[in-house]
Design a binder for this molecule. Structure first.
Ligand code: HEC
Length: 116
């Protein structure tokens, strides 16, 4: 019985960690990024040119949503719309898994100030 409980817990934990990555394969995403995205966003998503947003460390769900929106036309940009058209749904999840797993963006925490 104890073994069964352990197995159930492991299965649950594995399921949860898959959900975090939303089905994306970072290694496949890395290959797409170095072929199609690197020129502007940098191979690891740390763009050095301020006209291209940094993608490194961004939440995977945010990246998938942005790419889906460019693809559907809900978000429009003359440069990105074209690049997003060339990606399948799996490609979007894969590049999102890659860029989100890189070090880059983080949310700074401002010290709290108390006003009287
Ligand atoms: C020729 C340059 C160029 C290439 C190549 C390019 N992008 Fe972009 N990307 C941009 C620009 C410019 C923007 C900002 C567009 C806007 O303001 O909506 C952008 C925005 C984005 C955003 C939205 C970022 C945010 O913070 O909302 C994502 C996600 C993205 N690109 C992913 C990709 C992926 C994935 C690839 C490769 C398949 C790629 N881009 C290739 C120029 C490029």
């Amino acid at each position: 019985m104890k073994t069964l409980d352990t197995l159930l817990l492991l299965a649950l934990a594995a399921g949860l960690s898959f959900n975090v990555h939303a089905g994306g394969n970072a290694a496949a995403g890395k290959a797409i990024a170095s072929e199609k995205c690197q020129a502007c966003h940098g191979a690891d998503g740390n763009s050095t040119d301020p006209q291209y947003p940094r993608l490194a460390g961004q939440h995977a769900n945010y990246l998938v949503k942005a790419l889906s929106d460019y693809n559907s036309g809900a978000r429009s940009n003359p440069i990105m719309s074209g690049f997003a058209q060339g990606l399948t749904e799996q490609d979007r999840k894969d590049v999102a898994a890659w860029f989100s797993s890189q070090s880059g963006l983080h949310t700074p925490v401002e010290p709290r100030t108390v006003s009287k």
